[in-house]
Design a protein around this ligand. Structure first.
Ligand SMILES: [Zn+2]
Length: 131
């Protein structure tokens, strides 16, 4: 079972799009971790992920968990940010036919999901093609 601070950090990482940089070996990582995956150091600092990246792969999602169905069908992509981090995210503001691997995208903040009957709205990052 995850202890509350870890859950909180992961949520914060998703919401603010924060990564971790190792101050010893300079490796950048996402999602936020407790120890560097390269040198195991805990001498880490948070940094704001690069907002620009390129599409590596993309596909359409038609069925998903209930709270995400508000968005379906939607396009999801694996993106390599300009800081080297690979991240998955929804692609918005375009049609599937317009997309190509290698296309430049930028991170934007949008509604991610509406949680159940309480109508709680969660915001997070998505990606929009650079035109
Ligand atoms: Zn390291």
């Amino acid at each position: 079972m995850m202890e509350p601070p870890k859950i909180w950090r992961e949520r914060r990482g998703k919401y603010l799009a924060l990564g971790i940089e190792c101050l010893d070996c300079k490796t950048k990582q996402f999602p936020v971790v407790d120890n560097c995956s390269t040198c195991n150091s805990n001498n880490l600092k948070e940094y704001k992920l690069a907002e620009n990246g390129k599409i590596l792969y993309f596909t359409t999602v038609t069925k998903t968990i209930d709270e995400m169905m508000v968005n379906a069908p939607y396009i999801i992509a694996l993106i390599e940010l300009s800081d080297g981090i690979k991240i998955t995210g929804q692609i918005v503001d375009c049609n599937y036919e317009e997309l190509e691997e290698g296309m430049d995208v930028r991170m934007i903040f949008r509604i991610l999901a509406k949680d159940g009957s309480e109508g709680l709205i969660r915001y997070g990052y998505k990606f929009s093609p650079c035109r």
